[in-house]
Design a protein around this ligand. Structure first.
Ligand code: ACM
Ligand code: ZN
Length: 767
């Protein structure tokens, strides 16, 4: 008996050790739920736990199977879906009429077990996603679910992502994977861009050449319209059968697939197959380069309207989506201006140039209305890019505002529904790091996670009533520079995570610091699911700040998840443990990285070159331009070099006035060179300096010139970071006045000719 007791005690302590080692779920997921109320106690999620769902409810059966699949995938633990009543010590799925929002959910873990209830089956699905993301993704085997009540409801009813499958074609399997990614982030709309100049991807049985001819391009330009081509035929399309399969796959995950046929521009795919639909009659070819083509549909030709109706007729048979996207963006009107057929149509319709639009804008409007009439007659609603506002918007149409928020504001004021997707926050084809040379080639721009996170889709200009027309937001993924699925994932993850907090959370609840702290757990899940994602948020974030009082550069290093940081200041392998602000007074080659277990993050590096002017007091005769003042004059001697983007804070911008900076070296010092660093980007009106003058003084009042140089104006576009150094005979002085000249009148070749240019300057170095 005694022995038995001892054995039992031993076994028990063994078990409790195992229990202690079991990792716990953490409900602080992305998107952060509205309410997470923890309580004492926990439920052990282990092999064999049942998942009950109401018998006869097919959607709930799917939900139960999803949950089982997710748990198996993450933990390797098998759950058991069973139809029937709720049970103790099980996970019970239920639709609850007390949850008013159909997509809202409650997740309760208590002594009775686990209950996931939703305002509808969709709500239950989001509750399941919540539980899925709460699991510790690094773990395998049983995990503890702390007792809790989690409640959440999405802020917006439309939560989307667009995928462009024209510029690059993604196989059905990848489109499904993309849908899975959307589901993980609580999205409910896939906007599927199916046609464009570079390829038609939707099978239309009554127009077979659309896919036979229009889905193939002969080759593809290399890089940014370099003029060089890869010589490889490229194409593909989705059969109607495959589209139906994708619609079903998405629907099971509570995602609506909204197809887009982009018209009347972006139509070379169709024109190459049916040239008679263009103003010139062709021939046309599926475009092998990027950009906006002047060749568009001939809107005056009745056959074109018939064509669009034929395409839409088959589209709506395949896609049950209530909203159908008809594009309408970026349609040049040059062909219509010259086309007798289009002009005759304008005449017949009595179109005139007025303050409400040009004849051609009204032709576009007429054409879009034709598409809308057809859709409405078949029980569907039209949505278009914000250009469809021009020339008048059809009564029931919705707007997707991409060129900014303005189109959306105007449409909401006119009481049209709006989806916000402005380039400035929602174009995931933009670069996500300022360090472009270490990124895969992208279209341009700069859209880091932090900026995506800061997006607010309901503009302050709208009244509360008008604001209700903003139905939601989405991000767009144009794929000119995105050749495969892995790169799609890299571009959307984790920016989609940032977007989903805007889609789900109240504006006042969003907090970027909190988001960044929650990201590593989502990354662990991305790893488990095999997703490719951008890891910039895991890297060391280095912040340099000049300190003129102490005559040094302060360096703060941080990671989102407080991971340990190693660094070096002399260019050697980082090995010193970072423990707080570093003060740098000498030349340095800083390298820093984060360490997580045996894994090391990418490095943060910076070169610091200290000169005699570094960290010395400096005054400016005239302030920099208001938008480019940042920390002001001290930045010119802070040893911090800007990157190739002028708007990142390191470059001071001068416009109209020269930069006249007086530096106090503290005591008379010997100098013989002056170097200034400038950034030129003429297409953005940023011109290099036209001259550099150095004057010295002992009293700060009376200066004498020791050097002056002039630089010629450019004759063509330039984009470059340059150093300008003037040398002079050694001179000893305490005060040095450096004048960096700005271009007062932009030269003739440039659209801004005659106007003053900007000068961007980040450093003045005296030695
Ligand atoms: C667009 O980006 N052209 C809608
Ligand atoms: Zn025409």
């Amino acid at each position: 008996m005694k022995l038995k007791n001892t054995l039992l005690a031993g076994l028990l302590s063994c078990f409790s050790l195992v229990a202690l080692a079991q990792p716990s779920a953490d409900y602080n997921i992305i998107p952060l739920p509205q309410s997470v109320q923890l309580a004492q106690g926990e439920f052990l999620l282990k092999e064999g736990v049942r998942v009950t769902y109401p018998a006869g409810n097919e959607l709930m059966k799917n939900n139960a199977e999803f949950l089982a699949e997710y748990v198996q995938e993450i933990l390797g633990v098998k759950l058991q879906p069973v139809a029937g009543k709720a049970q103790k010590e099980a996970i019970n799925l239920a639709v609850s009429t007390s949850i008013k929002n159909k997509e809202g959910f409650n997740l309760k873990v208590n002594a009775q077990g686990v209950t996931i209830s939703g305002g509808s089956e969709a709500g239950v699905f989001y509750g399941i996603q919540c539980l899925r993301k709460s699991l510790p993704a690094e773990a395998t085997g049983a995990v503890k679910l702390p007792f809790v009540t989690v409640t959440d409801t999405p802020r917006f009813e439309y939560r989307g992502m667009m995928l462009d499958c024209s510029r690059h074609f993604f196989p059905v399997e990848f489109v499904k994977r993309y849908i899975d990614i959307l589901a993980l982030h609580g999205e409910n709309s896939l906007h599927w861009h199916l046609t464009d100049d570079q390829g038609w991807r939707f099978e239309v049985k009554r127009y077979p050449k659309l896919t036979e001819v229009g889905s193939w391009r002969e080759q593809t330009v290399i890089g940014h319209n370099s003029g060089r081509y890869d010589g490889t035929r490229y194409g593909g399309y989705y059969t109607q059968e495959q589209c139906r399969e994708i619609v079903e796959y998405a629907k099971k995950r509570y995602i609506n697939v909204m197809p887009e046929i982009d018209m009347p521009g972006h139509m070379l795919g169709a024109l190459s197959a049916y040239p008679e639909l263009g103003c010139s009659g062709g021939p046309y070819e599926v475009w092998t380069r990027w950009g906006i083509s002047d060749d568009v549909l001939c809107v005056g030709n009745p056959k074109t309207v018939e064509f669009i109706q034929g395409v839409l007729a088959e589209l709506i048979e395949v896609f049950p989506s209530e909203m159908i996207h008809v594009g309408g963006d970026e349609c040049p009107k040059v062909a219509w201006k010259k086309c007798p057929v289009c002009q005759a149509k304008a005449k017949e319709l009595g179109l005139e140039n007025t303050e409400h639009g040009t004849v051609e804008e009204k032709l576009q409007s007429y054409f879009i209305h034709e598409a809308e009439k057809f859709l409405n007659a078949h029980g569907r609603q039209m949505i278009g890019w914000d250009e469809t506002l021009e020339g008048g918007l059809a009564p029931n149409a919705s707007i997707m505002s991409w060129r900014g928020l303005e189109g959306g504001i105007e449409a909401a004021k006119q009481h049209h529904n709006v989806i916000m997707t402005p380039t400035s926050f929602c174009y995931f084809d933009y670069y996500q790091s300022a360090d472009q040379k270490n990124e895969p080639i992208a279209i341009g721009g700069f859209l880091p996670v932090s900026r995506v996170y800061s997006f607010e889709p309901v503009p302050e200009e709208l009244t509360a009533e008008e604001g209700k027309y903003i139905k939601g937001c989405q991000a767009n993924l144009w794929t000119e520079y995105i050749p495969d699925g892995s790169q799609v994932e890299y571009m959307v993850l984790p920016r989609m995570a940032a977007l989903c907090e805007t889609q789900w959370m109240d504006k006042s609840a969003k907090d970027y610091t909190s988001f960044v702290k929650r990201i590593p757990r989502l990354f662990a899940l991305y790893d488990k699911l095999g997703y490719t994602y951008a890891k910039h948020l895991l890297n060391v974030n280095g912040v340099l700040k000049g300190n003129t009082e102490e005559g040094c550069l302060e360096l703060d290093l941080a990671t989102a998840d407080q991971a340990p940081i190693l660094y070096s200041l002399d260019g050697t392998e980082p090995s010193k443990k970072y423990e707080g602000t570093l003060k740098i007074k000498q030349d340095a080659h800083i390298r820093a990285l984060a360490v997580r277990g045996t894994a090391k993050s990418a490095e943060w590096t910076q070169h610091v070159k200290v000169s005699k002017s570094s960290f010395k007091p400096v005054t400016l005769k005239d302030n920099p331009a208001p938008n480019y003042t940042y920390g002001g004059a001290p930045q010119l001697v802070d040893c911090i070099h800007g990157t190739n983007s002028y708007s990142m804070g390191a470059w001071l911008g001068f416009n109209g006035d020269d930069c006249v900076a007086t530096i106090d070296l503290g005591e008379a010092q010997e100098i013989s060179t002056c170097n200034v660093r400038t950034l030129t980007e003429t297409r953005s009106w940023c011109f290099d300096t036209n001259g550099l003058k150095v004057e010295v003084s002992d009293d700060g009042q009376n200066f004498r010139k020791v050097a002056e140089e002039f630089y010629p104006l450019p004759k063509d576009e330039e984009r470059e970071i340059r150093n300008h150094t003037v040398s002079f005979d050694k001179v000893k002085a305490r005060y040095v006045r450096v004048t960096v000249g700005t271009v007062k009148s932009i030269p003739q070749f440039h659209s801004g000719h005659g106007k003053p240019a900007y000068l961007f300057l980040d450093e003045i170095e005296l030695n």
